[in-house]
Design a protein around this ligand. Structure first.
Ligand SMILES: [Zn+2]
Length: 331
């Protein structure tokens, strides 16, 4: 099996240090909600944090790498560590949108079993907001009557979407987003030149892990290409089908981001022309409202990922609506 080493990100250091301190003072709670500043790298964080709490000789936020727990965690064979995350549907092969109740039931069963080693037993759930109501309710009972020396880690990027009943039974550890200089320094250490790093960090709204992901997908080039093709489409030189087909080679999440960014830019532009003295002010306001509506609708429409054809049809619909709003005279 492939070795998995802990990923130590500089902006996660404070939380790792805090976790280690609670462990050393034997003050670890039985359930922790880890509020992360990115929805990227959550699995790495769950693994690194657990490895640190299991390591026999951790030092200064780092694992020793040689103890039994470290070796087994790296090899993925530590039996008292389990995690629950989104799985792929066996039929469609697409990632499920929810953590299934069966997965949570298995986790509850697992934490009720006797520990194999004389250390903590850790169960991680991420993204925790993907638990539906029944999954969250099932887990609630386990959080109310914890087994001894069991730690349940719920990791989330959307703390507000976790039911209050669940949140109130967890201690919260918050990972604060890094400063832009720290993010740029980290991106530079990943071998990305300064200009590219700055550009992608902007696209990622300051999230360095997302910026790295976008850079790996060559997002900046995608944006340039899309801008030019969109301009041709708006002039009538390209069909909605041709424009949307060109986007299908990217991940759906990347395409969603691109469309969202484009709609945001148009909304911003339209809401900037709000002077009443301006002859076309009423028309501009109407356009701004329609763009805001479209932005909201597009977010829902583009969640459809079950198959490429549906996704393409939704994309086309959004693009045609955009063209109608931008080219129609309202008064
Ligand atoms: Zn160790």
């Amino acid at each position: 099996m492939e070795q998995r080493n802990p990923s130590l990100l500089p902006w996660q250091g404070d939380v790792l240090q805090h976790a280690l301190q609670l462990r050393n003072e034997q003050l670890l709670p039985h359930a922790v909600l880890v509020d992360t500043c990115s929805d990227h790298g959550i699995d790495d964080l769950a693994h690194t944090l657990s490895m640190l709490l299991l390591c026999d000789n951790p030092e200064n936020r780092s694992v020793c790498g040689v103890c039994e727990a470290c070796r087994m965690m790296s090899a993925g064979t530590y039996a008292d560590y389990s995690m629950v995350t989104l799985e792929h549907d066996s039929k469609t092969k697409k990632l499920n949108r929810n953590i299934k109740i069966e997965q949570i039931r298995n986790l509850i069963h697992e934490v009720s079993l006797t520990r194999r080693y004389d250390r903590l037993k850790i169960a991680a759930v991420y993204p925790a907001e993907s638990m539906n109501k029944s999954s969250a309710n099932a887990l609630l009972k386990t959080l109310e009557e914890p087994a001894p020396r069991v730690l349940i880690l719920l990791l989330t990027h959307n703390r507000g979407r976790i039911p209050v009943t669940l949140r109130s039974r967890c201690q919260t550890w918050t990972i604060k987003p890094p400063s832009s200089s720290l993010s740029l320094e980290w991106l530079s250490n990943q071998g990305i030149d300064a200009a590219t790093a700055a550009r992608h960090l902007q696209f990622a709204a300051g999230d360095p892990l997302l910026a790295l992901h976008l850079q790996q997908q060559d997002y900046a080039s995608l944006v340039e290409k899309f801008k030019s093709r969109l301009a041709t489409f708006l002039r009538g030189g390209l069909s909605a089908s041709e424009l949307s087909k060109g986007l299908l080679s990217s991940e759906a999440a990347i395409t969603r981001r691109l469309i969202e960014m484009t709609l945001n830019a148009y909304c911003y532009q339209a809401s900037g022309t709000d002077s009443d003295a301006n002859e076309g002010a009423g028309e501009d306001r109407g356009r701004a409202m329609r763009l805001l509506d479209l932005r909201q609708r597009a977010q829902l429409q583009l969640q459809v990922e079950e198959n490429n054809l549906d996704f393409q049809l939704q994309l086309e619909d959004v693009l045609i609506s955009l063209r109608q709003i931008l080219t129609r005279r309202l008064i």
